[in-house]
Design a protein around this ligand. Structure first.
Ligand code: ADQ
Length: 493
């Protein structure tokens, strides 16, 4: 499929309504007390914009600030020129504490990443989760028509279709899970497992990142709900309950490959990448870029790097790990503790191994602008992407897209969703295996140029073929296609 063909999907009828916890904007108060709105620029927004614009669509979500002046005026300003409108779902401080920080981030996030010991199954979180999902359903009701297609994003909003039905209303509704879906052994621990599963089956279509997640979901449904019938013989499975059929498919999310690749090739990025390399003479750069989160396996990665330095003395003065961390959820004590743990490890490694002119770990805790991030990607000889579990992991794909010199090496956790697509040409590791990761770092360090180039060429080809436009189109086309077998030609395997 060509880049252009990828971009021109149109809905058959109605508007596209995207529903997500957060609107794709940020609202900030400027010095004179005025509120300012700026659009978010992620790949998802870019890819959805053409379909939203063509269908006169709507994006619905929490605007992110509890008190931001004249909100409607601000939102109108924020969507000016985009061709679609922004509509807010107003949440209270209590909603944010219980539904967002509580149920979403202390129950669903750890459980769905197989870290059940980190869960706090507080019943008041569940109450709030139900109430907030109803608020979103009400907002859909007020802002959409019967022929609109409602596409709900992610684990914060699993009950929205059910809540809408409870209001006596029906819409065509799809749900995409950006995070993994756990196996029955783990999912069974959730006190509200039945309510969640049944609510998911009120959607007309559910998309998962990988086959692993789709199979886990279908197994959970079969095991826990009496009367469920699943047909998994086709690429898009169906799960039926009491006369309602839900399509369940695999739609691995991606990035705007072309855009990343072109931006990384710009002279300013190239020059900045050279500056970064020149600042570390005779050193190969190993790069880690992660959001601050325990699922990303950052301490485990540092342990493995330390082990590599202990085991392979020839790496001393020859490799530097640049670990960039984007601040996230810093209001949750667990994340503050994680930050301290990481900083302790960085200082221990540097204390032990640094020499005049060489610091083993360069650590940054901040957001980087896009050009700077691209320069780091370009300068890195090796990307070390080792989440303990991840829905997809876009950093792995961004690194390859930005690797315009086509010589970099991707070391990738087998527990990242991206592994399903990239495992043949990345160096695969188990992030819990300190020795294995250390050996792989050394192997990557020594890899001959020809092999590096061949692997990177294949990685880039695979990501370019299945970019974010491919993902949006495939999801929406599948949601409209009644004839499931048509999909066999879509490249979804
Ligand atoms: P995330 O857990 O946020 O997303 P990921 O896919 O890795 O994880 O995306 C992180 C994004 O943050 C990347 O686009 C990266 O460029 C950006 N980023 C990281 N560090 C940065 C920094 N210091 N400065 C600026 N930007 C930085 C969830 C799931 C993932 C899934 C995505 C999309 O957890 O598994 O891939 O959604 O579905």
């Amino acid at each position: 499929m060509s880049q252009i063909a990828n971009r021109d999907f149109k809905l058959d009828a109605g508007r596209l309504v995207i529903v997500s916890n957060r609107l794709p904007i940020s609202i900030n108060q400027v010095d004179d007390g005025e509120w300012e709105i700026s659009p978010s620029s992620g790949g998802l927004v870019t890819a959805l914009t053409p379909v939203l614009r063509d269908s006169g669509g709507i994006w619905l979500g929490w605007p992110g600030k509890l008190d931001s002046g004249n909100l409607d005026e601000l939102l109108a300003k924020g969507s000016k020129g985009t061709g679609y409108s922004l509509r807010s779902v107003i949440l209270t401080e209590e909603d944010i504490n219980l539904y967002y920080f509580g149920f979403s981030n202390e129950v669903l996030w750890p459980l769905f990443h197989d870290l059940q010991s980190r869960c706090n199954f507080n019943p008041s979180y569940w109450q709030s989760y139900q109430q907030v999902n109803s608020k979103f359903a009400e907002a859909i009701l007020h802002n959409s028509n019967h022929d609109d297609y409602i596409w709900v994003q992610d684990y914060h909003l699993m009950l929205v279709a059910k809540s809408l039905l409870a209001m006596g209303e029906e819409r065509s509704m799809g749900f995409f899970s950006h995070i993994p879906f756990p196996s029955p052994d783990i999912f069974n621990k959730l006190p509200w497992r039945l309510q969640i599963l049944k609510a998911l089956l009120d959607y007309d279509m559910i998309g998962f990142q990988t086959m692993r997640d789709r199979n886990n979901f279908v197994h959970c449904a079969e095991m826990l709900i009496k009367g469920v019938q699943a047909d998994t013989r086709r690429q898009i499975s169906t799960v039926s309950l009491q006369g309602h059929e839900t399509k369940v498919g695999v739609f691995p999310i991606s990035i705007d490959f072309h855009d990343f690749s072109v931006a990384a090739a710009e002279t300013t990025v190239k020059n900045r990448a050279s500056e970064l390399s020149n600042a570390l003479p005779n050193c190969k750069i190993i790069l880690g870029v992660d959001r601050l989160d325990y699922s990303k396996g950052i301490p485990e990665k540092l342990h493995a790097f330390e082990y590599a330095l202990k085991r392979y003395e020839s790496l001393h003065g020859r490799v530097t790990l640049i670990q960039i961390i984007v601040p996230s959820r810093v209001d949750i004590p667990e994340y503050v503790n994680l930050k301290s743990e990481i900083e302790g490890l960085v200082s221990r490694i540097n204390g032990k191994y640094a020499q005049a002119g060489w610091i083993p770990v360069n650590y940054m805790f901040r957001n980087l602008d896009r050009a700077e991030l691209l320069a780091y990607y370009r300068a890195a000889h090796i990307a070390l992407v080792t989440p303990l579990k991840d829905g997809m992991n876009l950093v792995a794909k961004e690194y390859c897209a930005a690797n315009t010199d086509r010589e970099g090496i991707l070391i990738l956790s087998e527990f990242a969703g991206a592994a399903a697509q990239l495992h043949r040409n990345a160096l695969m590791v188990n992030p819990y295996d300190t020795e294995g990761v250390a050996n792989t770092i050394y192997h990557a360090y020594q890899m001959p140029e020809k092999e590096r180039q061949l692997r990177m060429k294949r990685l880039r080809g695979s990501i370019a073929r299945r970019d974010i436009y491919w993902w949006v189109n495939l999801f929406l086309r599948t949601s409209e296609t009644m004839e499931i077998s048509d999909l066999s030609k879509s490249g979804l395997n």
